[in-house]
Design a protein around this ligand. Structure first.
Ligand SMILES: Nc1ncnc2c1ncn2[C@@H]1O[C@H](COP(=O)(O)OP(=O)(O)O)[C@@H](O)[C@H]1O
Ligand SMILES: [Mg+2]
Length: 334
């Protein structure tokens, strides 16, 4: 009787997992697989990018066994070069999340922020970075035809500026049920940079449990890092940690086909004599990791000016939008 049930469960599991899993790798049984999962390594990709020494330490196996396991994962994953056509296939399922402003969507190539990419907004206090995040968290829940993905959003709040009442207001503006919209936003307050990193690791778990997460917002990406590594001598450590974190975010975006939106602060750049003397925090590390960078500032008559910086495929350009009661919009009709 019990055996019959076991067999049935096994069959269901194998039907669901057409893709090889960790336990398909020689040397990795359920015990090691659960240790790996506890450390945030859920699949072959996670294993393939590990170093033998890290795996050996984590799983409590010899380095030779670890090396073999990593090699097996890599060959199963077919890591390496792919031709242009293959590469473009990998991007076939990329989609976009509308921002609420056709101007801002246009700046980003027409349809909004992209999945399998990190979009960064940097700008002064009050420039609208959080408002764009809140608007996206509501709009990701819309159907595809309306620029959404019928998905949920994760909001990692490091500055304590997430406002449920603001989400309700934006949802109402779209004619949506405010309480339902709030339920589809998974919010966590990150108290320091380690906590912030840990929360990002947890997202893989949520997705594995079936949460249809299509957008991850980190507001702000850099505030904790900046505050905790304030001394000159700590800059290299900070950048290394930030780099690892950003790579993790990008991997998550690619693996799960979701959009990542991060906000960033600016600092005065005293070396600059003309123009706007502000520079994004995080230096080259953040600049290189962000697929799309937007510089946001206040414009005339309550408008916001968004400038696209160094995009891989779009011209540097500027546009104007507004933050209204209904969130991000083209024109302020309030
Ligand atoms: N309900 C609202 N209606 C209209 N504008 C709003 C509303 N809430 C916030 N704003 C605008 O957004 C600004 C704050 O933007 P925010 O995104 O919090 O800035 P930051 O770039 O610091 O994250 C406010 O100064 C105001 O201009
Ligand atoms: Mg903010």
């Amino acid at each position: 009787m019990a055996k019959g049930k076991e067999e049935k469960e096994e069959k269901v599991a194998s039907d669901e997992s057409a893709e090889p899993t960790l336990t398909d790798i020689p040397g990795i049984g359920p015990g090691i697989a659960s240790k790996l999962e506890a450390a945030g390594v859920y699949d072959l990709m996670g294993l393939a990018v590990m170093s033998p020494s890290a795996l050996s330490e984590l799983a409590g196996v010899g380095e030779a066994v670890a090396r073999k396991a990593i090699q097996a994962a890599r060959s199963m994953m077919k890591l390496g070069f792919s031709d242009g056509v293959e590469f473009s296939k990998k991007r076939d399922d990329v989609f976009f999340l509308g921002t609420g402003s056709t101007n801002l969507n246009g700046l980003l190539g027409g349809r909004g922020i992209e999945t399998k990419a990190i979009t960064e907004c940097y700008g002064a206090f009050g420039s609208g970075k959080t408002q764009l995040g809140l608007t996206l968290a509501v709009r990701v829940q819309l159907p595809k035809e309306q620029g959404g993905a019928q998905g949920k959003a994760v909001f990692i709040d490091t500055e304590g500026t997430f406002r449920p009442e603001r989400v309700r207001q934006i949802a109402e503006g779209l004619g949506a049920n405010p309480e339902k919209v709030l339920k589809n936003i998974l919010v966590a307050r990150a108290f320091n940079s380690d906590h912030q990193i840990l929360l990002a690791d947890k997202i893989g778990e949520l997705i594995k449990n079936g949460e249809p997460i299509r957008l991850v917002i980190i507001d702000s990406l850099t505030a904790h890092f900046r505050a905790e590594f304030a001394g000159r001598g700590q800059l290299a450590d900070r950048q290394q940690k930030l780099n690892r974190y950003l790579h993790g975010l990008m991997k998550m975006a690619e693996q799960h086909n979701l959009a990542v939106y991060v906000t960033n602060q600016v600092m005065a750049n005293p070396a600059m004599m003309f123009g706007d003397p502000t520079t994004a925090v995080g230096g080259n590390i953040v600049a290189h990791a962000s697929t799309y960078r937007i510089y946001l500032r206040r414009g005339k008559q309550g408008s916001r000016v968004a400038k696209l910086i160094d995009s891989p495929n779009l011209p540097d350009n500027e546009c104007v939008f507004f933050v209204s009661k209904n969130g991000v919009v083209d024109e302020n009709k309030d």
